[in-house]
Write a protein that binds this ligand. Structure first.
Ligand code: AMP
Length: 581
């Protein structure tokens, strides 16, 4: 490490080998040439790019998808298999009368049928909407109803537990296809295996425009009900190019994204990006388990691994030295998204795997990675990196009337992105006003606060909603959490502002201790002293509470607003994405 930056050891020459010059010469038009597009004048379809074109070419017999079941049996699908199976599914949708743009939902664990249904839906030019299988009936209802679901693919047990009771309230839901039902059930509830068997495995993708809707992802607002962000087929260009330049896909690579498709990462990067780039995509049906995860990296000879800070923090807490215990010599890149990746975690990657973990930033609305660390760029641990070539980001001051991009390095402000990138969301379904509010002039306002340093690296500060105003300072929870995480006793930390008459808000921290540390006053004082030393008395937490767990979303993000609501005895708001332990 030199001047706070790390150079990454390179095993393979990266696709993006000179960030600055590539940004200068970059053109979307040129990038588009790498996608086949449909036949002359027929536009762009994600599933065509992801499977059909490969099935007709040299990747035909390459494994596109390897699904590892809970019992660790593997089911492999070549590009050709996946093409044929997704064509069968697309034909089923046609038989059921599903029209272009209508919504097909999947409520299932990470099993092959989910992936086949996703690609088949896209081929039919209908809209694919994945749901977390762990959702309870209420969030399932909200989403099916708001998304006007016409078809739902699910399992028998999920149907019985979560959906049957809702049918009367969901008039637009016409068909339920059960993944594990062999027998005839009814006109409305059908056996997917039977229909797949009867369906024809050739399908002609209808004319699809790059602007046609393709994907619907629900994202939870801080207080309101979940919003349905709608993405179009052109998003595939972003998936393709971020796969190439951030995840650095090379021919023959094996890739594993640990995210569930119920979260946007699990679709954009757990389905589309690897397939469009023609690599082998690993899917594990099981939830987090450190030993299992390491052994998957070993057994599957994973080259590129995309995961999230919440999992990394859990791995860091365990006394496993992966590089010593497992054969991980195939691994050459680890990326993380979803939450701030603290400097400590980036450096742990170096110790544990021999490479720093590369953070990148994006959100449901952006549809693809916007800011990233790249193999060829020095890493500044704790920074989200730099914008993708072709993406213009900025730090803005925003008031009621104007949005002003600052040129001042290190100034904290709103993270904004210049409109018009290919995977930009096109609507919040049925909520035009909410959508319009996200834009000001040419800029999309992300809702995050950040800083840009003099070298052009972006640093996350916090969600604009989570920002703490204490004694005239604006404090981002992340900067406080990052310092707390540096203390040897702290496994996880979340920071909120608690109203206080004199200073406005006081900084309160919720801390999960590493095993072996005692949650007593001495530990509390020690952590407080550490925070004061690095942050100063104005910013350091004035209160520290120990807790066993932090409330998190199903995609692993800490729900600070829930900690705050609980602390203040306020309504807890929308809890549909809360992970229930
Ligand atoms: P979602 O739309 O659920 O994926 O959440 C997106 C939000 O997660 C962003 O607006 C950020 O607040 C947060 N986020 C995602 N990636 C990062 C990152 N690398 N660093 C900090 N926050 C992140």
């Amino acid at each position: 490490m030199k001047n706070g930056t790390i150079l990454i050891p390179l095993a393979v020459s990266p696709n993006l080998n000179d960030y600055d010059s590539f940004c200068q010469s970059f053109s979307w038009q040129e990038e588009k040439q790498s996608l086949d597009g449909l036949r002359e004048g027929k536009g762009l379809n994600i599933a065509y790019e992801a499977v059909e074109r490969h099935a007709a070419g040299e990747l035909k017999d390459t494994i596109a998808l390897r699904c590892i079941g809970k019992d660790r049996t593997c089911r492999d699908f070549t590009y050709n298999n996946l093409h044929k199976l997704s064509s069968r599914f697309a034909n089923i949708l046609t038989t059921l009368g599903v029209q272009k743009g209508e919504r097909v939902f999947v409520l299932a664990g990470r099993m092959p049928e989910l992936y086949i249904a996703a690609l088949g839906t896209l081929k039919r030019a209908a809209v694919f909407c994945p749901l977390f299988s762990v959702f309870g009936p209420e969030p399932v209802f909200q989403r099916l109803s708001k998304g006007d679901a016409k078809v739902l693919v699910t399992t028998k047990s999920l149907f019985e537990k979560k959906v049957r009771q809702l049918l009367e309230k969901l008039p637009s839901l016409q068909f339920i296809l059960l993944i594990d039902e062999e027998a005839y059930v009814s006109e409305k509830v059908r056996s997917l295996p039977r229909m797949m068997e009867e369906a024809y495995d050739e399908f002609s993708i209808p004319a699809t425009s790059p602007e046609d809707p393709a994907l619907l992802h629900f994202t939870s607002g801080t207080t309101g009900m979940p919003k349905g962000a709608l993405h179009v087929h052109e998003a595939v260009l972003m998936h393709y190019m971020t796969g190439k330049y951030v995840l650095d896909f090379h021919k023959g690579d094996v890739f594993w994204c640990t995210a569930d498709p119920g979260w946007v990462t699990g679709t954009s990067y757990g389905i589309i990006a690897p397939l469009v780039n023609g690599v082998t995509n690993i899917v594990d049906e099981e939830e987090f388990d450190a030993e299992r995860w390491y052994s998957i990296l070993e057994d599957q000879k994973v080259n590129i691994w995309y995961t999230a800070p919440t999992a990394i923090r859990r791995l860091m807490r365990m006394n496993i030295e992966p590089k010593k215990k497992f054969h991980l010599e195939h691994l050459r890149l680890i990326c993380s998204v979803g939450e701030p990746l603290h400097a400590e975690a980036v450096l742990w990657g170096k110790k544990a795997f021999g490479m720093p973990i590369l953070d990148n930033w994006w959100q449901t609305e952006t549809g693809g990675i916007m800011i990233a660390n790249y193999l060829s760029l020095k890493v500044k641990p704790g920074s989200m990196g730099k914008p993708l070539p072709g993406i213009e980001a900025g730090i803005a001051e925003i008031n009621d009337r104007e949005l002003k991009i600052t040129s001042q390095p290190e100034q904290q402000g709103h993270l904004v992105i210049k409109k018009g990138w290919p995977s930009m969301f096109h609507a919040y379904l049925h909520e035009e006003e909410r959508y319009n509010k996200c834009f000001r002039g040419d800029w999309y306002i992300t809702g995050d606060l950040a800083k840009k340093d003099a070298d052009g690296y972006y640093w996350f500060v916090g969600r604009a909603d989570d920002i703490i105003k204490t004694s005239g300072h604006m404090v981002g929870p992340f900067e406080v959490e990052a310092v707390l995480m540096d203390h040897p006793a702290v496994a996880e930390a979340a920071v909120i502002g608690k109203p206080e008459p004199v200073i406005g808000e006081l900084v309160k921290a919720f801390v999960v201790l590493k095993s072996g540390f005692i949650p007593d006053e001495a530990t509390q004082m020690d952590i407080m002293g550490h925070a004061r030393k690095y942050l100063g008395a104005a910013v350091a937490p004035k209160e520290i509470a120990f807790t066993e767990n932090l409330p998190k979303t199903k995609s692993g993000k800490i729900l600070r607003r829930l900690l705050k609501a609980r602390e203040l005895g306020l309504p807890e708001g929308d809890l549909s994405t809360l992970e229930r332990g």
